[in-house]
Design a protein around this ligand. Sequence first.
Ligand code: AP5
Length: 209
Amino acid sequence: MNIIFLGAPGAGKGTQAEVVAKAKNIPAISTGNIIREALANGTDMGKKAKSYMDAGQLVPDEVVIGIIKDRLAEPDCANGFILDGFPRTIPQAEALDAMGVVIDKVIEIDVSDEDIVKRMSGRRVCRKCGVTYHIDYKKPLVEGKCDTCGNELSIRPDDAPETVLDRLTVYHELTKPLRGYYAEQGKLITIEGQDKVADTTALTLKAVE
Ligand code: AP5
């Protein structure tokens, strides 16, 4: 099954993508994580993307389309995949169609802007393996340490409150039109993001059955 996770920054796409990836044994592909990894490794692409990311803006379409094209050609995508954070613009969705990629379901996690701002301020991430936590909603077993690899948890630079507001503006303007794009194709399933991660997970797993 090929699945897209859609939603505002911080709606819980990454959290749910990880769960579904494990349940279905398919890879979860996060363009945000791929770009952050390139940044950490000091590649040219990472350096170019940095200024956009830091400002809460989208990285140019041609860059992310290239990333996805290469990633989907890898053998682990043969039996299905999850796209977390791609597409984010209509041209990106059209590029996916032009690649001949057939999407089965588009799961949108709907969360109010007010709740997004609250969630982002408590998010902590593992820079080594990309797993996300929350200081109230998804605590690690040992404070400040990743459950998976034991690495120190940190705050993402673009989770600063003023940058989150910029990311939300970009989301409403450029990404939200994708709802209509996939609703017209009869693929959109909207889940209302719940207060508890486990409740959202239950709804997500039902949607991808
Ligand atoms: P990216 O990394 O994709 O960031 P994003 O979409 O802004 O989404 P996030 O990862 O911030 O949030 P999420 O929805 O995955 O939420 P999470 O599960 O972590 O992209 C970053 C940047 O890269 C972009 O701004 C752009 O510059 C660039 N980029 C990436 N893709 C691009 C593209 N296609 N085109 C152009 N540029 C691109 O959850 C958030 C927090 O809430 C966590 O702490 C979590 O524990 C908590 N939480 C989750 N669910 C719940 C719940 N139900 N209740 C309470 N708390 C919850």
